[in-house]
Design a protein. Structure first.
Length: 406
């Protein structure tokens, strides 16, 4: 299980270290940094597939996503005007996480394989090259895989500086790779199960993370159209395979539990999968109706709820699932059912829920049983002088974290 997420220099996240629980609920007002925290997790996930530099480029490049304030705010918090000062360190965007050494019961094999290892990445500006059109591309300056929950010198297992990767063997270090591209993570290029199994374990752990960031439910949404149906244990991010995912849950997952979740939310209604030849689409049978309503006839909120049901009842629970504003377009009457759905899924996978909805936060707390209640972490973000801070977090309650140096 991931116990700590650390971000430094990304948008309003000047220096944030967050402790995560089995179920972590992140809330706060508009502009407090919730979306930035969500996107920082996605950037970490992109490292495992070698996409982090491209993802930053699509956000406008490193200069567009870096913390825009001064290097420190100490003077400003004493009442001095906010002003730029000479930098004492390099320009960096830092991302990292740490895991527990003993995963909770019920976690997936991929989670157990990666537990006990942490990872951090340091991205910076390139040295300008004459005649190059890519002088704005961020570069990977440093990567570290470490044991335990803090990257202290004695716990580092694999380290990358620039183009070179070294691994520890006992008390000695040996070269693992030389000449890596500054645009590619070592998680993608150096995954040697014999010489550096830690890199492979971390890569597979991160690749198992799953993100759902707002499903399309408009009239032309993929989930409303009939699709070719094949066994689908993991719902896609755009929801086009909703019907196949629901059919898969019926056949190899907790179909009864999924049906109960739908009935709970919609007063006795039942979800169904309608087949015509090899094509399938989702339908809903409601009391008093002579035929099921097809996907194209469902309201936006109903369809979105069914997409969340399919995602959370996956027969293959991931190491980590992140839901960004799952309450969007749902009627307030559906919030308690959504909270029960989330609490149920948290028994099988670690969940991070980013939400604007105070009623959803309260409903999740109410839906949790005694065991889960102790594992829920509620985080409220606030803004202070443009910087995202965690409400109520002080020096003694901030998880221990160490970035190291280039």
């Amino acid at each position: 299980m991931i116990t700590t997420l650390a971000v430094s220099g990304y948008r309003s996240l000047r220096d944030v270290v967050v402790g995560l629980g089995r179920l972590t609920v992140v809330t706060g007002p508009n502009g407090s940094g919730k979306s930035s925290l969500y996107r920082s997790l996605r950037l970490l996930a992109d490292c495992a597939d070698g996409r982090v530099v491209g993802s930053l480029a699509r956000e406008g490049g490193l200069q567009s996503v870096l913390w825009a304030g001064p290097e420190t705010l100490t003077a400003a918090r004493r009442g001095a005007p906010v002003q730029g000062t000479r930098r004492t360190g390099p320009v960096s965007l830092l991302l990292g996480y740490a895991t527990s050494t003993s995963p909770p019961t019920g976690t997936s094999p991929s989670a157990r394989a990666g537990d006990g290892f942490g990872y951090l990445i340091d991205l910076g500006l390139p040295v300008p090259q004459h005649r190059s059109a890519f002088n704005r591309d961020p570069q990977i300056k440093r990567e570290v895989v470490f044991a335990g929950e803090v990257a202290r010198p004695g716990s580092v297992l694999v380290r990358r500086r620039g183009e070179a990767v070294m691994a520890r063997e006992g008390g000695d270090w040996f070269d693992l790779a030389i000449g890596l591209s500054p645009a590619t993570s070592m998680l993608r290029e150096v995954a040697d199960p014999r010489r550096a199994p830690e890199i492979l374990a971390v890569r597979e752990q991160i690749r198992a993370w799953r993100f759902y960031d707002g499903f399309r439910v408009d009239a032309d949404a993929p989930a409303r159209r009939p699709q070719v149906g094949t066994r689908t244990e993991v719902l896609s991010g755009d929801g086009h395979d909703l019907a196949a995912a629901i059919q898969t849950v019926f056949e190899v997952g907790d179909g009864a539990g999924m049906q109960e979740a739908v009935t709970d939310a919609f007063d006795g209604a039942e979800v169904d999968v309608l087949w015509e030849g090899g094509l399938c689409e989702v339908g809903m049978r409601q009391p008093g109706m002579l035929r099921p309503l097809r996907a194209g006839e469902l309201s936006d909120g109903t369809l979105r709820y069914l997409l969340l049901v399919a995602a959370l009842f996956t027969p293959r629970p991931p190491e980590l699932m992140v839901l960004n504003e799952p309450e969007t377009s749902l009627h307030p009457d559906l919030i308690p059912a959504l909270a029960r759905l989330i609490a149920g899924a948290a028994r099988h996978t670690q969940l991070v829920v980013v939400t604007h909805s105070a009623p959803l936060v309260e409903a999740i707390a109410a839906a949790a049983d005694a065991d889960l209640a102790d594992a829920i972490r509620s985080i409220t973000l606030t803004k202070d002088l443009g910087e995202t801070r965690i409400e109520g977090q002080g020096m003694l309650t901030t998880p221990t974290w160490h970035w190291g140096k280039r």
